[in-house]
Design a protein. Sequence first.
Length: 284
Amino acid sequence: MNGAAPSTFEALERKLGRATSRAISDFSMIEDGDRILVAVSGGKDSYTMLHLLRALQRKAPVRFDLRVVNVDQGHPGYPAHVLREYMSREGHDFTMIEEDTYSIVTEKIPRGKTYCSLCSRLRRGILYRVAKDLGCSKIALGHHREDVLQTLFLNLLFAGQLAAMPPKLVTDDGSLVVVRPLVYCAEADIRAFAELAAFPILPCDLCGSQDHLQRKVVGRMLDDIERDRPGSKSVMLAALQNVHPSHLLDRRLWGALGLRAAQDAEEGGSLRDEGIPEQQLVRG
Ligand code: SF4
């Protein structure tokens, strides 16, 4: 699934709709009777997610409700009316929550440092609370393929972890499930679709934060790889669906797989000496 070959609204809608349906089905993101809080920021991703979920709602064999929520975090000049007008025009069940986290963030984070970590944590907390108030059991977030891959490389390069972004996640207290229906969707397709759909995009630089600098660096790195080797991002996404835990070096995974460390197997000769393929590991 590379980005942005089909150029018409309908073709892109079909392509993105197929990718979204596949992710929802692969990870059982939506079940009969669900009431889902759809978090919208006013950016291309969440508008697209909302559009696709509503289209799916019309034809899916299961019944589910969508409650659309935006958090106005008090950023100077936030054009809340743009979202309100769009949601009313489209007939969405829409709630705007006004909570001034901007003041908290600017007070706590020294000038020149990035606000994003605290800002998004506060926003997430608000969304969890509002989801419960609205009787929702799930929250849908608009992260896409590039977000997943960037997170993978951020963790790899800066955190010493091999982890991407969960497509579905139960919150710590077990009361909510967070789903990311766009995980298979290419950002270029979403961008092209959002332009054709003429969503009224809200500016994302009102907070004055140096938005996710490391993420941007990694994003550019991935774009360079894709430019040199078209299709690489699709291959990377496929790799995330084709993990060989026994070929990683995490001993906890070995324990979970019921594998023993190699020393027992190698007593009296190496696996290679015996002509045993390396993949054939020893069950404990
Ligand atoms: S870019 Fe601004 S609004 Fe977005 S998470 Fe960072 S600080 Fe918050």
